[in-house]
Design a protein around this ligand. Structure first.
Ligand code: AMP
Length: 630
């Protein structure tokens, strides 16, 4: 054993010696002169943007933001739909100020929290955006900058003229390029600042691991408000002089046509997306796919070995599992490309930062011993913003504790064996269970609430919660779920909320979230009940078909049976088609069983029949009306 504290900090040789291009604007300017009109961003149904085009946009963004009083060090939140505008806004805003992309699915209260927490100077929205993000900015008194797209694929940023800044130029290596929030062990998300140096180091590591070059074309299907999409799919690809295809929305059914029309050489995704792609192939009885792909990358959640094997069999290319984290500007470890060995259920070799396994007191453990995975290096953040308590816990003599538990095998490959941090990893989306507890506790009937992870066949983990109600009160699961959904986006809503009289505790009397799923499994798994109505039966059958599972009966919970948001969309689309009704997607999140969904559909149908009848009656004269109603 040697002490972590004895290790000297890895020097920042990345900056000056090997990699002179250590800011995003450096990379963009260099590529503009080197690659000029070569495609940098490919867009569906529109002209591509060249490397020179991105640089022109960067110069224009500098001018336009400076004219609005915004420059280096100013934080600018971005809420844009998925697609090329968001990718280019990230690159160009980060080149001039600090970019903070936010998930467009947030509720107004969440936007207000993030905008205030960021102390943002302005919020960039599409010109026609009338979402709650705009209302939140108005409520917080934050300037709105509108993004207006132009015919040539570029955009203008327009806002209320402010006192003009004297031109302060592009960002420097130690300027904060990006701020993202991560879910913490408290209910308050932590702000992770990432400098240009951090991001460029990570992009360079990814590019080296995947041997990216200017001939590569990345198909981006990852959301661009998450570090995985921003750094692996956009920045690493462009930094290598390559091209990124910016899709608008991930749809497994479109995947094959994307491969055919754009001929990407690689893509990176979370395991649930890979699974959806495989299921789509199976539904078309296709076993082998010919494409230009030379590799497939997976990160952000554990990749089941069967999915890895199925992907390799279908596409005949290596599947590279990597280990990423926002605080590390994404990549920490990765399996190598052939001829290096890739190991299933393993996150590979250190691929960027130095990695150590530490015990509780921060001593470094030898290979084979299980402990906390810790990292340090040029791609790692220097510390959370405005959160000394989190920094105190997370940093130890220059090492950042990841909160993940793992070990190195004799060949130096890293395996993740557990998690020390209280976090639910729902198919790559990280959710703090305490954030859900707090929202549940806002319900007037809830006395105690504990959210916890339950195993899920596709997502890895899903969210459940146990709730104790105040005495003499009654409440349903649906009421509680609606309450959560009114305050949080659907992906943070527990699939099951069970009402209990007691929540099991650990030996010390403390509630332990880990292990709760097992202790409460009887209450979580609904007893099988036959369908009672034709609608319930139809929904039960549809769940089986979409999920490829055994019938769950009228109380079978779609998410507990293996459903996720992609499959929820499929069910809602099918139901809408059959019933000739435009059903909103949140229906299935609010009413996830055949009994609940069936009752609501029957209610809507009977209201519709009454409305139809009223319309028919309106068009009839009195004797005809009497005859019809007889
Ligand atoms: P994020 O900050 O959203 O990128 O989440 C980082 C966390 O995701 C890590 O600390 C891990 O818990 C988890 N994670 C990332 N990659 C993997 C992987 N390949 N296998 C298992 N967990 C992963």
């Amino acid at each position: 054993m040697d002490s972590g504290s004895d290790q000297s900090m890895e020097n920042h040789s990345f900056v000056s010696e090997q990699h002179p291009k250590c800011t995003i604007p450096d990379i963009l300017a260099d590529h503009s002169s080197r690659y000029g009109s070569k495609q940098a961003i490919i867009i569906e149904a529109s002209d591509p943007i060249s490397h020179a085009g991105i640089w022109r946009q960067t110069e224009r963004t500098l001018q336009q933001l400076n004219a609005l009083g915004i420059g280096r060090g100013d934080r600018v939140a971005i809420v844009l739909p998925q697609g090329p505008e968001l990718a280019v806004a990230f690159l160009t805003v980060a080149s001039v100020a600090t970019a903070a992309p936010l998930n467009p699915a947030f509720h107004q209260a969440e936007f207000e929290f993030y905008l205030k927490d960021l102390d943002t100077r302005a919020l960039i929205l599409m010109k026609d955006d009338q979402s709650v993000a705009r209302s939140a900015a108005i409520a917080c008194g934050i300037e709105i900058i509108e993004l207006v797209t132009l015919d040539d694929g570029s955009f203008d940023l327009s806002g209320r003229p402010q006192e003009q800044l004297s031109p302060c130029g592009f960002s420097e290596p130690d300027d904060i390029a990006l701020i993202l929030h991560t879910s913490g062990t408290t209910s308050r998300p932590k702000m992770v600042p990432l400098t240009h140096l951090n991001l460029c180091a990570s992009a360079h590591h990814i590019s080296q691991t995947l041997e990216l070059s200017d001939r590569d074309i990345c198909l981006n299907i990852m959301p661009l408000f998450h570090i995985h999409g921003l750094v692996a799919c956009v920045l690493a690809s462009l930094a290598a002089g390559g091209t990124t295809i910016c899709t608008r929305k991930f749809e497994a059914s479109s995947f094959q046509s994307w491969l055919n029309s754009w001929k990407p050489t690689w893509y990176s995704a979370v395991p649930t997306m890979h699974q959806a792609i495989l299921e789509e192939l199976r539904s078309q009885n296709r076993t082998t796919i010919h494409s230009n792909l030379r590799l497939i990358r997976s990160s952000s959640a554990a990749l089941p070995p069967t999915v890895m094997a199925d992907l390799e069999n279908a596409f005949r290319v290596p599947v590279i599992e990597s280990y990423g984290m926002t605080e590390a500007s994404h990549q920490m470890a990765s399996n190598p490309l052939p001829p290096g060995a890739r190991k299933p259920s393993c996150v590979g070799l250190p691929a960027g930062p130095e990695i150590a396994i530490l015990n509780e007191i921060g001593d470094r453990l030898e290979h084979g011993k299980v402990g906390e995975i810790a990292i340090r290096g040029a791609n790692v953040t220097k510390g959370y913003l405005g959160n000394p308590a989190a920094n105190e816990t997370a940093f130890h003599h220059g090492w950042l504790r990841t909160g993940d538990q793992g070990y190195f095998d004799p060949e130096g490959y890293l395996f993740i064996s557990g998690r020390l941090k209280e976090l639910i990893n729902r198919g790559g989306e990280k959710i703090s269970p305490r954030e859900i507890d707090e929202v549940l506790l806002k319900h007037p009937k809830v006395k105690q609430a504990v959210a916890f992870a339950v195993p899920h066949p596709r997502l890895g983990e899903d969210i459940a919660a146990a709730v104790i109600l105040h005495a003499q009160t009654e409440c349903t699961e649906v009421e509680l779920r609606n309450h959560v959904m009114n305050l949080m986006p659907a992906f943070k809503t527990p699939s099951r909320i069970i009402i209990v009289s007691d929540i099991p505790r650990g030996a010390t009397g403390k509630i332990q979230r880990i292990g709760l799923a097992d202790k409460l499994k009887d209450q979580l798994n609904a007893k099988y009940e036959e369908s009672k109505t034709p609608t319930e039966k139809m929904i039960d059958d549809m769940f089986c078909e979409v999920l490829g599972c055994e019938p769950g009966g009228r109380q079978g919970n779609f998410f507990m049976l293996g459903g996720d948001s992609l499959r929820a969309t499929q069910v809602i689309a099918r139901l809408s088609k059959i019933l000739l009704l435009e059903l909103p997607i949140h229906f299935i999140f609010r009413l996830p069983t055949p009994a609940l969904l069936g009752a609501e559909i029957d209610r809507i149908q009977s209201e519709r029949e009454i409305d139809d009848l009223a319309l028919i009656l309106e068009g009839l004269n009195e004797p005809e009306r009497a005859k019809l109603l007889d």
